[in-house]
Design a protein around this ligand. Sequence first.
Ligand SMILES: Cc1cc2nc3c(=O)[nH]c(=O)nc-3n(C[C@H](O)[C@H](O)[C@H](O)COP(=O)(O)O)c2cc1C
Length: 217
Amino acid sequence: MAELYDVMSTLRAVRKLRPDPIPDDVLERVLQAACWAPTGGNTQPWRVVVVTEPDTKRALQDIYAPEWERYAVAFLKMMADRPADELASWERVAAAGDHLAANLHQVPAILMFCANPAMMAITDAKLDRVSMVGGGSVYPAVQNAMLACVQEGLGCTLTTLHCTHEDEVKAVLGIPDGWATVGMVPIGYPVGKGHGSITRLPPSEMADRDRFGAGWP
Ligand SMILES: Cc1cc2nc3c(=O)[nH]c(=O)nc-3n(C[C@H](O)[C@H](O)[C@H](O)COP(=O)(O)O)c2cc1C
């Protein structure tokens, strides 16, 4: 069984997924992991729709693919003047994203995470900035599900581009008023080797002792 740190340090975006079905017991464990996540006041103000029907997946693909294309074109334009090797690696990411967008309807399951702000105490709701605390009662569940995917040998990626067409997504999935869609996670067995090494800044860049900017250690 993989160690927790190994699982956390290999959870990268896996966008090329095989259509092979996921056994129900595996899906159940992934969902159970999501349910273990903490939420403000333990209200568990989220739900997840596990989409497996071909027509429904196709409807989500129809919504997602044009948004991905717009995003990828703008992103690669922004990266155009980066060094050639860096640009090449972003082009590989974009190609994998193109593959996901083109094949979303063929992945075996799409997890659509929903959240209900009325069930949350959102402590930063009245501040003069974008509110973020509410996400803290759903993204830990998303992350737990994704960590469980790594453990189960399933590829996955958190995606959010569908949110620009949330009303359409809600209509497709019958999501009631009051609920938001906060993350769409396509999951499936990987085409290639799947999860693996990641590039992230280390604690010396991300953490400070006692005062912001003081440095670590
Ligand atoms: C909030 C959030 C939104 C994201 N939205 C998308 C998305 O819509 N489509 C996509 O292909 N990847 C999406 N990603 C995946 C990131 O692009 C990816 O995690 C990041 O580039 C790091 O890549 P790596 O995990 O492979 O190292 C999203 C990730 C996060 C955390």
